[in-house]
Design a binder for this molecule. Structure first.
Ligand SMILES: [Fe+2]
Ligand SMILES: [Fe+2]
Length: 277
């Protein structure tokens, strides 16, 4: 049976951690109150601790000590705390299998890093909601988590081969498994009932030329992923990162700028992401 049919036959491919699911539900509901978010977080002691650690980190640079969740939500705002909660829930889900070829912490540094860069890039396009850009970056490689969880031997072989032959992980994955993480990611995100713009961003982040120019989130996620590789933050398992697609660069109004220039203008703080993990 192919991996594609095996995934389709799984009852639930990769359930979102319950809190992340509820938080995503809130993020979509504009009438949701900050109070509800605070209550959700407080139900989980470990999460509460992590939120306070991030809130008090140099990531935000507040001089005043934030000692409880309600204050964190009040000071940082609903959006910010929603994003921290999501990233923190996914990255600290210890039911995920350890794999020496696919180090968990470094993988989530890559994912949260791409989310943060995507959020900054979204400022370039007024039509894009920055939370969606963050979530697209955060989840862009989630298909790899599923491969690692359900097909660890096959995925390790793909990671090893790509590394040995210095080839794109996606190409090797399509060759050996007849599927890649973008297609698996799409299958999961569809199951999670996330918005179509997010589904597209995950499906086409390595092939932005297959999307429309107006699929801004695709172009943002594509470039954010490349920038995260460019500054060598975290590990994605792909030894041969993409080159920026000319269409994406155009859409984002970054023509004639190289990656170093784009990076220095964006001014993203990646180091403090480590406090999420
Ligand atoms: Fe990817
Ligand atoms: Fe990536």
């Amino acid at each position: 049976m192919s991996i594609r049919s095996k995934i389709k036959s799984l009852d639930k491919i990769a359930p979102l951690p319950t809190i992340a699911q509820k938080v995503l539900g809130l993020a979509d509901d504009f009438s949701a109150s900050a109070q509800k978010l605070g209550e959700l977080i407080k139900m989980d002691q470990a999460l509460t601790g992590r939120i306070l650690r991030v809130a008090n980190s140099s990531f935000f640079g507040f001089s005043r000590k934030i000692g409880n969740v309600d204050l964190a939500v009040a000071i940082l705002g609903f959006n910010e705390v929603t994003m921290i909660t999501l990233a923190s829930c996914l990255a600290n889900d210890y039911s995920i299998k350890e794999n020496p070829h696919f180090p968990r912490r470094e993988f989530w540094m890559h994912s949260i890093g791409t989310g943060q860069i995507a959020r900054k890039l979204s400022d370039l396009i007024p039509d894009v909601y920055s939370n969606n850009a963050f979530v697209a970056g955060l989840l862009h490689d989630f298909g790899k988590v599923v491969l690692n969880q359900f097909f660890p031997d096959e995925f390790s072989a793909v990671l090893r081969t790509a590394l040995e032959q210095k080839r794109s992980l996606n190409q090797v994955s399509k060759e050996l498994l007849k599927i890649d993480h973008t297609e698996i990611g799409q299958m999961i995100i569809e199951e999670w009932n996330l918005p179509p713009t997010l589904i597209k961003a995950i499906r086409f982040h390595h092939d932005p030329h297959e999307a429309d120019e107006e699929d801004y989130l695709v172009h943002i996620t594509h470039l954010a992923n490349i920038l995260c590789h460019h500054v060598k933050f975290g590990i994605s398992g792909n030894p041969l990162p993409d080159k920026p697609c000319a269409i994406s660069i155009d859409v984002l109004g970054l023509k004639d700028k190289d990656l170093d220039e784009i990076w220095s203008e964006l001014n993203v703080d990646l180091e403090s992401i480590k406090t999420f993990l």
